[in-house]
Design a protein around this ligand. Structure first.
Ligand code: 3NM
Length: 214
């Protein structure tokens, strides 16, 4: 489900700027992203039926490339459209409650920032852990201070079997330490949404695992 090196792409309409979101997503899929998460947040975010239709179109596109479609936060939306997964933060609905609702039908991802949060998330049923921000990010206004890879190393030592997806300011040129820390994957917004050549950038992100572009 999270074979190293996973390149987990995230966006919402707030991140895609002047670009057509479906075209951007398709380019990223052609480039070889392994997972996609719809994170629709902020001023002007789609809601209700418009959000549902947008999500469904993203999901259809992901499925045509055999890529899992994951919804951020919105458990109702994820269940409504039959998403492949749901990702929640520490401030969202409790992981145990989400797990009780989705059972084993969906992938459950939980953002954690410490060994204690990781332990709780795993016992609540998390299939993977999101950890960040590794570096400074401009894509999440309420992000915590960057913590580098130290916490990833700690969590991988404690829970080697649970996949960790690192996030926050990751690019093809700074991903090296993240892979060395033991992360199964890197999650990115701006590295892909702002790339001049999206397909090429996704390939560079994947290749960063082998150090080809680092
Ligand atoms: N979550 P970019 S950082 C969505 O630390 C998100 O939990 C984070 O965007 C966390 O790749 C982040 O442009 C934004 O830095 C990642």
């Amino acid at each position: 489900m999270f074979t190293r090196p996973a390149v987990y792409f995230i966006f919402g309409t707030a991140n895609t700027g002047q670009k057509d979101p479906f075209q951007l997503l398709e380019e990223a899929l052609k480039g070889g992203v392994s997972h996609f998460q719809l994170r629709e947040k902020g001023l002007g975010a789609l809601t209700g039926q418009a959000l549902k239709e947008f999500a469904l179109q993203c999901q259809i596109l992901c499925h045509s490339y055999n890529v899992p479609f994951i919804v951020n936060d919105d458990v109702d939306l994820a269940c409504d459209i039959g998403a492949d997964g749901i990702h929640i933060g520490q401030e969202d609905t409790a992981a145990s409650a989400v797990k009780a609702r989705i059972g084993d039908k969906m992938i459950l991802g939980v953002s954690v920032h410490s060994l204690e949060e990781a332990e709780r998330a795993i016992s609540d049923g998390a299939d993977y852990l999101g950890m960040g921000p590794v570096y400074g990010t401009k894509s999440k206004s309420d992000a915590k201070d960057p913590s580098g890879v130290a916490k990833i190393i700690l969590v991988k030592a404690g829970f080697p079997k649970t996949p960790v997806i690192a996030i926050g300011g990751i690019t093809a040129s700074n991903a090296g330490p993240v892979w060395k820390a033991g992360a199964e994957g890197i999650a990115v917004i701006s590295a892909v949404t702002e790339a001049e050549n999206v397909q090429e950038e996704v390939k560079r992100l994947t290749a960063s695992y082998e150090g080809e572009y680092v």
